[in-house]
Design a protein around this ligand. Sequence first.
Ligand code: M6R
Length: 610
Amino acid sequence: MCGIVGYIGSNNCVPVIIEGLKRLEYRGYDSSGIGVLDHSKLTVIKRKGKVSLLQEIVEKDGMTSNLGIGHTRWATHGEPNEINAHPHFNSENSLIVIHNGIIENYRTLKTGLEKLGYEFLSKTDTEVLAHLIDSFLKRGHNLSKSVRFALNEVDGTYGIAVLYAKEPDKIVVARKGSPLLLGIGNGENFIASDVSAIIAHTNNVVYLEDGEIAEVYTDRFVTKTIAGMPIDKFVEEVSMTLEEIDKGGYPTFMLKEIMEQPESVLNSIRGRLLEETGDIKLGGLTGFEDRLSKVKRFIITACGTSWHSALVGKYMFEQYLRIPTEVEYASEFRYRDPIVSSDDAVFFISQSGETADTLAAMREARSKGALCLGICNVVGSTIARESDAGVYIHAGPEIGVASTKAFTSQLIVLALITVLLARRKNMSLEEGRALVKEFNSLPQRIQEILDKNSEIEEIANHYKDAANFLYLGRGYNFPVALEGALKLKEISYIHAEGYPAAEMKHGPIALVDENMPVVFIAPKDSTYEKIVSNIEEIKARKGKTIIIASDEDYDIEKLADHVIRVPKTASILMPVLTVIPLQLLAYHIAMKKGLNVDQPRNLAKSVTVE
Ligand code: M6R
């Protein structure tokens, strides 16, 4: 949720850190801070609000140093203000700490430290770490040992970075449940919570695992477990480029990411379709196909948008594989002592691969013997690394907080897995080949919908002042209704609900009057006739209807205030198309309200706290 970046070397760390913080701002953006160590003196500057405000003051101040750390915050404990922003000092101003995660036992630790005479300035759990580490330094331990001893007393999650004025040659970092990596440069090193913060400087990274600590010097690094055992870590090369995390001429990351879906979908299918045999090749599942074909039950867990793609996955798996599939919120799954065994395969869908609830759900399923499979976007993320096997969606970096291209690529991967396994069961060669063709034609079809951008923007003009919205769909398009409603809620702050279209009669219809826009996802598929009846029911109550309909469906006009047409494809792939107008509709409504779609209020891109 929060972002960490740091630098040690011979250049000025300040612009490196500010630039890195800007790239991490999508992770948390209520306040930020920077701390540098120069001639054994620590200086900290913090600001409430955007990193650009911090940058202004840092530049005015002329802050400069070869060693520093910075943080962008998404508040958990204590309101977003300057005092609660990181870094936090110890009492003597000789040590600073920045922290992502939550120290669950901070109250107990705080009481103990107060008894020792420590005074607290902020309302954060992080300040406890500064004083706790200090208490070990005072007992004569060096920085690295003091950090390890302090972390031994901590319950909860952390990615931390620490600077100590009396050891000005290093940054000490540690991780448990919150990502942290080292960037290895030439005569300079970096630390970050996300590779995008440092990719402008190096492609060589070392991922810390939970329970690991590193001392990072200008020209080397030393890694240990929190218990103090030395460990060897490998330097990995990441393939992300700077262009991938820039706006590329678009006004927002969200629009860029919506518009690049023909390409991101192409990347998700690239090299995975076997046209001749109508088969699918997924390297990440090689060797697991037999076990997967024989499992008694699939479970898919995820959060937010990824949970919506999981719901579509259920429809796919059950229709084509006839394997019972349960979909569960990761946050519920992890705490209800779920009935899971080695007969089950559990999928964990996560764009970031770092979502705390999804990660914890995976660890729970693993402890019960289930086969754990990750479907992630971020290469090298924790869920990707800890799962038994899995498939990357290859959507490319998604920076906009509202997930768009990751959703369509998740759907693609779920459909690929479905066809892979169905071909081993009873899907015919013809059907396999036909579906492979459909996959291949998706980028072009997505482009056709994106070409209707200005038409959709025009529709948004009519609804930017609406207070509520309903989204209704059936079958494969019911989860799309949920996703359309979530997109609108999170970026436009308009209240929106998604329902299975028929369920609307059992309550939500009471809300319908001439002021209620109702979005129907109604392509021509097996549920079409039924959903037309539902549209009639809304029209009879004067609701405004925006209908996502098939290209050739002209009859629908008479029931629609607005129609957005989508091309035809196989039902299993239809959600990849029908969601796109909903992304654009939400986008334009939010933009017309003058809102920041990339960083909507209260949200963060990667939710690494429970
Ligand atoms: O990184 P993940 O896919 O695990 O994230 C899950 C949710 O936090 C995420 O989808 C969230 O709901 C988005 N803001 C939706 O746009």
